[in-house]
Design a protein around this ligand. Sequence first.
Ligand code: ARG
Length: 577
Amino acid sequence: MNIHALLVNRFSEALVKLGVENAPVPVARSARPEFGEYQFNGAMALAKQLRKKPRDIAEDIVAAVSLDDIATKLEVAGPGFINIHISDAWLSTACEASLADARIGVSSAPEQTIVVDYSSPNLAKEMHVGHLRTTIIGDAVVKVLEFLGHKVIRQNHMGDWGTQFGMLLAHLSDKLAQEEVAETALSDLEDFYREAKVRFDEEEGFADRARDYVVKLQGGDEQCLALWKQFIDVSIAHSEEVYDKLNVSLKREDIMGESAYNPDLPKVIEDLQSQNLAVEDQGTQVVFIPELADKEGNPGVYIVQKSGGGYLYSTTDLAAMRYRSGTLRADRTLILTDARQAYHFKQTEIVGRKAGFMTEAQTYEHCPFGMMLGSDGKPFKTRTGGTVKLVELLDEAVERAGKLIAERDNDLSEQELADVARIVGIGAVKYADLSKNRTTDYMFNWDTMLSFEGNTAPYLQYAYTRIQSIFRKSGINADTLNVVIAIEDAKEHALAVQLLQFEEVIGVVSREATPHVLCTYLYELASAFMSFYEACPILKDDVSEPVRDSRLSLALLTANTLRQGLGLLGIETLEKM
Ligand code: ARG
């Protein structure tokens, strides 16, 4: 059920009756309960067109709109707002319908093909916190889109190619010659990278060997490719360890690394040249972008080939664009990287569109996010200033959650405690990230994210287990519960309105790739449930059976919505904690 969409529909019909076509139909949540739950704010904008006072227009709309089944009262307020008070009876029926539906009232949208490029770590190094946000946010977006019925194609655009592999392969071949196996040599990619770099800078002849490897790799030399493949495999396994701990849905088959586009790069340059888009400039191939000119009128500069003939990140992204729009037939392409790459993707889109690498109807949506900062407000680093390894960060989360849970009153076995620690710890890290508007920087803080108060994963997980325990105490099985909902109390009313907004929220997340909207929603839902539960006892002796069942039904729908919502965010729920 999407109350918002329903109201928009009814108001559009009313406007048509009044002779207004194609006008915007602004319906929004009311700021306060005394103004009803929703407000129609479109009367003011029609004053000119209809040559009437906004309040009179609002009165006409109230007379024309058919909302008898949904609303108990429509009132004109202020300069011409229409306040909509939703009826208890309608809410009751709508909640019953959601409860009977495995999709809790969310319909499947017409199917689009959507490519989501996320995670995409660089394989030369260990995955670090910079890749945490893209991985977590991307995975939530993918799950929401799939839930809506879209065909989603995950693309893990791993950085598995480029000149730095020359020195890494030279170093690796020496290690293997000393009879080390690749897994051991590469057990710590950070150390390995550092060693190779030192040799590159200091060791006589090593840099030449490294460059030699680059040439051989690009030339498709088999031995060299085999060595490269070994390196890549071990590095991918490191990433998979992180995905596994994070409960992220990326699989091997989702990897479409930079190397995959290598054969296509000369063709990209040719196409750009033949359309006079790429031109030579001091030995490099450049596309000038007048749309991105600076104040002095100098066009934006987008380099697509280096003077030695080497290709760049940009060239690969153009090839990726063409593959996604042409071969994968993506209606939308979403790319999740940090905000510092925004200009690159803007350039790529302009150039790619001019070159005809995608059609006008296909979208290219860079979804940027801010940096993860330490509690000191500076980029997140270890105490000694190094990059924080993701695996270690996640292990710490589980350990900290374990300690917290153990301190709380609980009757968990050792095995249960370990599971709870994992689910709460990982959930907390993911949720802390997901719940912030992604476009801003965010501060990583263990205490806030693991708190059982406020907009956190533990708070939501706790609300869910609380409902499970109400059911255990009631002795009533959720499957055999007699679902007849009769909303009477104001807190029941508020909870029901909140419950019925799930579909609307999912729609926003799918259009804007903003999981924080879903987080805010779930937090408000859990809070609405807590106030409801305080005001409306369920299992007390003086509560009649029909009232008990009605309230249990609302509790059950809350639990289902929390589980589904958290599930879409990639966060597990627990029966006990
Ligand atoms: N490997 C890049 C990085 O770590 C991210 C790649 C994002 N996707 C893309 N198509 N460029 O910054």
